[in-house]
Design a protein. Structure first.
Length: 127
């Protein structure tokens, strides 16, 4: 039965990591838009570059299963932080859905932090 879980662990990592890999690439591809969005939320514009890099690198770490527990914990915190900073607007139902999405993704990362990457990962190859 345990072997049945292996492809699902990989799929879960791919689904969780993909949103950040794509998001990081898109932020770099339209960095001026990212800077503008961050400025509209009162954030310093210079954080756009580190945010894009973090999303890309941490997302790839999750997808590849490399340093998974660390990446998952950092991404869980990132999801909560960005949810609070950018989406916690109780008067706006759409923003509240995005806030709850961020919390749900953070929950998935906390489960991944606890469970680890599974056998189809770079972490497993290192052991």
């Amino acid at each position: 039965m345990q072997g049945l879980y292996t492809p699902f662990e990989l799929l879960g990592r791919l689904l969780l990591g993909a949103i950040f890999v794509v998001g990081g690439i898109e932020k770099f591809g339209a960095i001026e838009g990212t800077i503008g969005y961050m400025a509209s939320a009162g954030m310093p514009s210079f954080l756009a570059y580190p945010a894009a890099l973090f999303e890309l690198v941490a997302g790839l770490a999750i997808v590849l299963g490399w340093q998974t527990r660390i990446a998952a914990l950092l991404l869980a915190g990132f999801c909560v932080l960005t949810g609070v900073l950018f989406h916690l607007k109780p008067a706006d139902p759409m923003q509240m859905i995005l806030f709850m999405k961020n919390l749900a993704i953070a929950g998935g990362f906390l489960v991944l932090f606890r469970a680890g990457a599974g056998p189809l990962s770079l972490d497993a190859r290192r052991r």
